[in-house]
Design a protein around this ligand. Structure first.
Ligand code: SF4
Ligand code: SF4
Ligand SMILES: [Zn+2]
Length: 264
């Protein structure tokens, strides 16, 4: 297996993975979306809500706010916690939200009892309060995974495509028609011939092939090489999300290995 980093940001990682099957590349993608545990608000007690939003709408909005913990590993998922899932500081973070209008209620107004936990983004609007309107609530966040509910989904935009293999033959007369139709703007004419500038950006749409009357373009997917893009909700750094996804897959493989060993 070969790994080449193409882009690294806090919320996004893009890499070229070669010498693997599509199932492997897809396994990492799926694990980022469904198996990486993060925090989200799980239960709310509403004491006062005179805003324009119904309690249910408000609760849904608050549940979907991405939360960032300084150290996610200090929290357990409820069913794995020493309390047995009844609720304790090891598997819950309490919060309080109290605001009176006029003004917008933002995600930063949610105050957690653990100073290491906060909203991943300060200015997510929750609801605008009119003069004298009030919002008072408390509740707690828990750590779970995306397959339990989308509010715990760490990976949001996760995808992969085959690496494109692209070639221009001697038949190219430099007419430029492929350059005109390419939606990714990665084709140029240089010294009378077409050339791809950054072929990893190619979407394999084949519009260039359709436009080329000289049939000079050869394009095919490299079957064991993938451009993988993973973007998160902000709950966890993208690089850590991929590492966690890989370790979750590894954990399952080891479980399976142990079960198979018991049979022999
Ligand atoms: S359309 Fe075909 S012939 Fe024209 S520049 Fe592109 S590759 Fe060359
Ligand atoms: S396949 Fe599509 S994106 Fe790729 S070079 Fe051709 S026109 Fe551009
Ligand atoms: Zn607990």
């Amino acid at each position: 297996m070969k790994f080449e980093l193409l882009e690294l940001r806090e919320d996004r990682i893009r890499y070229l993975l070669s010498g693997v099957t599509a199932a492997f590349a897809n396994g990492i993608r799926r694990a980022c979306m469904s198996e990486v545990p993060v925090l989200a608000i799980d239960e709310i007690n509403l004491y006062d809500n005179t805003s324009v939003l119904f309690d249910e709408q408000l609760s849904l909005r608050i549940g979907e706010i991405p939360l960032r913990a300084e150290d996610l590993d200090v929290f357990s998922q409820p069913e794995e916690c020493q309390c047995g899932g009844t609720g304790c500081p090891g598997c819950r973070v309490d919060f309080m939200l109290s605001k009176e209008g006029p003004g917008m209620v933002y995600s930063e107004d949610i105050q957690f009892t653990d100073p290491g936990v906060k909203s991943a983004f300060k200015k997510i609007p929750i609801v605008i309060l009119g003069d004298g309107e009030k919002l008072v609530m408390e509740g707690f966040a828990t750590k779970r995974v995306g397959k339990d509910h989308t509010k715990w989904q760490a990976g949001t935009l996760c995808g992969y495509k085959n690496q494109p293999s692209f070639a221009i033959s001697e038949a190219c007369d430099g007419c430029g028609k492929c350059v005109e139709v390419c939606p990714r703007n990665i084709l140029v004419i240089e010294e009378g011939r077409a050339k791809a500038t950054n072929i990893l950006e190619c979407s394999l749409c084949k519009l260039c092939i359709g436009a080329c009357e000289a049939a000079a373009i050869t394009l095919s997917p490299v079957l064991d090489s993938f451009v993988v893009s993973i973007e998160g909700s902000g709950c966890i750094v993208a690089k850590d999300m991929v590492a966690k996804a890989a370790s979750e897959i590894r954990k399952r493989a080891l479980d399976l290995d142990a079960k198979l060993a018991e049979l022999s």
